[in-house]
Design a protein around this ligand. Sequence first.
Ligand SMILES: Nc1ncnc2c1ncn2[C@@H]1O[C@H](COP(=O)(O)OP(=O)(O)OP(=O)(O)O)[C@@H](O)[C@H]1O
Ligand SMILES: [Mg+2]
Length: 300
Amino acid sequence: MARNKLPIHTTLSSDAIRILERYEKEIGAKNLVLEKALLSLDSSRFKGKFDAGNIERTIKRISTGVKGLDDTLEGGIPKGFLVIVTGPPGTGKTTFCMQAMLEGARNQEKCLFFSFEERVEQLVQHFMRFGCDIGEYIDDGYLDIFGMSKLTSEEMMEIIQFYNPERVAFDSMNVLTNGDEFRSSGSWRSLHRLLKNKKITSFFITEKKHGIEVKEFDNFDFLGDGIFFLDSVPTNEIDNTPMPVIAVQKMRATKIDSSLQPFKFTDNGIARYKAVTTSKYPRISIPPKIEEDDIKLESS
Ligand SMILES: Nc1ncnc2c1ncn2[C@@H]1O[C@H](COP(=O)(O)OP(=O)(O)OP(=O)(O)O)[C@@H](O)[C@H]1O
Ligand SMILES: [Mg+2]
């Protein structure tokens, strides 16, 4: 579309744009005075819509389902965000996303889980290990799982349009495409736009060849509104036993605690340890100098 066909101001409402387009069609020219007048009308509407003193309350946050993790995110993930759940193999990415879907289903939100490398049966078994009856959520229509999915982006868009979910997980995006192509291809951008327009909170699982100690970012990380990095690190300098950790590396519109949060796989899924904050055990350290005796499981 030629630049001169567009209004100068991008924050104009669709009503204002319609008025401008009608004017331009009839007169055959732009009218900047009219556009400015419409803009000032619009901005008074914006002011009415957003209470600047209460902007925090206009951001609805949803729970990750991981006990204790929401506290490091001002209460949760802003609704409609696209978050990246990333890390090396076997670090809990699938488990984390399943838990986020179950949290949604528990709150009667419609949730979809697309898996590209695991069968439905295997996924259901994995879900069932969280100690809840997911059959009930599936029967009641709050959870749908697509296993060994060979769906195209267009087919997934159709499914999303049909189900109108509030949460969606894609496990893993690397099976579909890489971050560079996702950001540049028309069909993937359409999927991204659909998720954003419908304000669906989306979980993109992506894979990392290196652990958290290596600063390795791909184009999915730039595209995501938030990044959860899962990894496992030695428990401390003396004890080399691997300890699972999660770090919130980014969450737009949110004050985050980006330190490594040790967690445990429990019978109810992932639970974060409440790390003690003392000078003896600083929270930001790789490997974290945290002894198991000095940390308490949030779920207990
Ligand atoms: N209840 C549990 N107790 C202990 N460990 C568990 C439990 N549930 C899962 N795990 C561990 O979590 C690991 C992987 O979990 P998950 O499948 O979520 O990881 P992933 O990051 O998705 O892996 P991949 O990259 O292979 O897809 C498993 O190797 C398993 O050892
Ligand atoms: Mg997985």
